[in-house]
Write a protein that binds this ligand. Structure first.
Ligand SMILES: Nc1ncnc2c1ncn2[C@@H]1O[C@H](COP(=O)(O)OP(=O)(O)OP(=O)(O)O)[C@@H](O)[C@H]1O
Ligand SMILES: [Mg+2]
Length: 419
C-alpha cells in the first residue's frame, strides 16, 4: 500500500494536519474495493484529489476516470449526459449517444456537487448503484455497466434531505464510506505552510522574489476564517505576489486582501492577543472582566497582607510589583502608591487581630472598590475605542474592523462617549 507521504507527493497535496492525513488514509484503504465514497467538506478544501487518488490506487486504474460537475450541467440535459440517449429521444437528438456511465464501464465516475442532481436523475443513479443497470433517455432497453462512483458535496446533505432535495436512500447508498476534508481554519498548522508553498510557486511563475509575511501578518493569516479555504488562500497568495512591490508583507497590507477581516475572525480569544486585538464586543467585555477579576484578586491579596502585617511601608515594599500591576507606574498620573496609603488603614504594631470597627471599614472600602471597578468597565471600553481611532487616524471603518464591531456600533459608541 502506498504511504500517505508518497500520495501527497504524487498528488501535490500540502499539509500535515492529522484530520487531512486521516482522510488520505481512508482514501488509500478504500481504493482497492468497489465501495462508493462520498467526499464532504466546504468549498475549496481540496475534495477533488480524493477521487483521483481512489481511482489511481484501484484495480480500475487502467480504466476511464470521468469527472462530472453535476452543478454545471443544465437540468434538461443531465440524464442524457450521464446515461446517453436514443436517436430522436428529443429535439436535436439526431443520433444515438453514449452517456458517461456507458463510456466509463470498468472505470470510475466522479460526481462532483452531487447534491445538485435533479430528483429524477437521482432515481436513475440509485438504480445504477444498486444493480449496475441504466436506461438511455428515450430507450426501453436496460443496459449494464460496471462503474465505481465517488461523489463529492459541499452542501449539508442532511439539510438537503430534510428539504426533500436529495433522496435519503441515495445518500446512504453513496456514502457507504464518507471522507471528510477539514476546513482550512481547522488546519492551523497547514495554513502558513500552504501560503509559503503558493508564494514560492507564484514567485517562480511571475519571476519575482518570494513574498514573506511579517510576524503579525502570519497571526492574521492563522486567525482568518478562510471561508473559501485553500482556493481562497492560493488566490490571496497570487494577488499579493503579483501586486505588492515591497516583498515583506505587513499586517495592514495583508488585511487589504482579506475581505471583511473583522467578521471573518473566529470569536476565540487567543492567549497571546494584544489589547488592540479583539474580535467582538463580547470579547472586549470578557477581557475587561478578566482584567477586573485579576485586579480584584490582587487587591484582596494586598488587603490581606495589610490586615495581617499592618505595616503599610513594609507591605508596600514587599509587594512593589503587585502594587505597580494594580495601580500602574509611579509616573502615570491616574493612580500611585500614595493612593493606596490614602485608604487610611491604621498601622498595626502588634500581631493582634484588627478591632471589629476597623474590619467593618475594610468591607466599606471593598464596596467602594467594586463600584469604581464597574465604572472602569466603561473607561476601558472608551480607552480601547480611543486608541483604535488614534491608530487608524480617525478612520472608523478600520477601527471598527480592529475592534471587531460594526461601523454602526462604533458610531453609536463615539456618540455615547462624546468622542
Ligand atoms: N492540500 C493541498 N495542497 C495544495 N493545494 C491544494 C490542497 N488542497 C486543495 N488544493 C488546491 O486548492 C484548490 C481547491 O481545491 P478543490 O478544487 O479540490 O476544492 P473542492 O473541495 O473541490 O471545492 P469545491 O467544493 O468548491 O469544488 C485547487 O486548486 C487545489 O489544487
Ligand atoms: Mg470541487
Amino acid at each position: 500500500m502506498e504511504s500517505i507521504q508518497a500520495i501527497k507527493q504524487r498528488f501535490e497535496i500540502i499539509g500535515n494536519d492529522a484530520k487531512l492525513n486521516r482522510a488520505l488514509e481512508k482514501a488509500i484503504q478504500v481504493a482497492p474495493t468497489d465501495i462508493s465514497v462520498l467526499v464532504t467538506g466546504e468549498s475549496g478544501v481540496g475534495k477533488e484529489s480524493i477521487p483521483k487518488i481512489i481511482h489511481s490506487l484501484s484495480h480500475r486504474k487502467h480504466g476511464k476516470y470521468i469527472a462530472v460537475n453535476c452543478g454545471a450541467i443544465p437540468e434538461g440535459t443531465i440524464d442524457s449526459e450521464l446515461f446517453g440517449h436514443e436517436k430522436g429521444a428529443f429535439t436535436g437528438a439526431t443520433q444515438t449517444r453514449s452517456g458517461y456511465f456507458e463510456v466509463a464501464d470498468g472505470g470510475t465516475i466522479f460526481l462532483d456537487e452531487v447534491g445538485e442532481l435533479p430528483l429524477t436523475t437521482q432515481v436513475r443513479l440509485l438504480r445504477v448503484l444498486e444493480n449496475g443497470e441504466f436506461i438511455k433517455v428515450g430507450s426501453s432497453k436496460v443496459q449494464k455497466t460496471n462503474v465505481r462512483i465517488v461523489a463529492a458535496t459541499n452542501v449539508n446533505m442532511f439539510e438537503a434531505i430534510k428539504k426533500e432535495k436529495f433522496r435519503e436512500d441515495l445518500y446512504y447508498r453513496l456514502s457507504t464510506v464518507e471522507i471528510n476534508i477539514p476546513p482550512l481554519r481547522d488546519r492551523k498548522e497547514d495554513i502558513h505552510l500552504l501560503f509559503r508553498k503558493f508564494s514560492s510557486d507564484f514567485a517562480l511563475k511571475y519571476k519575482m522574489p518570494t513574498i514573506k509575511l511579517a510576524d503579525d501578518a502570519v497571526n492574521l493569516l492563522l486567525k482568518y476564517r478562510w471561508n473559501g479555504n485553500i482556493r481562497q488562500l492560493r488566490n490571496v497568495a497570487e494577488q499579493i505576489s503579483v501586486l505588492e512591490q515591497n516583498r515583506t508583507i505587513t499586517l495592514e497590507t495583508l488585511r487589504q486582501y482579506l475581505p471583511d477581516t473583522g467578521n471573518n475572525l473566529p470569536a476565540i480569544v487567543n492567549n497571546t492577543k494584544s489589547d488592540s486585538d479583539f474580535s467582538s464586543e463580547r470579547e472586549i467585555l470578557y477581557k475587561v472582566l478578566f482584567d477586573m477579576k485579576s485586579d480584584l484578586n490582587d487587591l484582596k491579596k494586598l488587603t490581606m497582607e495589610l490586615m495581617k502585617n499592618g505595616n503599610v511601608s513594609e507591605v508596600t515594599k514587599d509587594n512593589e510589583s503587585l502594587i505597580q500591576k494594580i495601580y500602574g507606574n509611579d509616573d502615570e498620573e491616574d493612580a500611585t502608591i500614595e493612593d493606596l496609603e490614602v485608604l487610611s488603614i491604621p498601622e498595626k504594631t502588634s500581631n493582634d487581630e484588627l478591632p471589629i470597627e476597623n474590619m467593618q471599614d475594610k468591607y466599606h472600602f471593598a464596596e467602594e472598590i467594586e463600584e469604581e471597578e464597574t465604572l472602569s468597565l466603561q473607561d476601558k471600553e472608551l480607552e480601547l475605542i480611543k486608541k483604535s481611532l488614534e491608530r487608524h487616524q480617525g478612520k472608523r471603518k478600520l477601527a471598527a474592523q480592529e475592534l471587531g464591531i460594526s461601523e454602526r456600533t462604533l458610531y453609536r459608541k463615539i456618540k455615547q462617549y462624546d468622542l
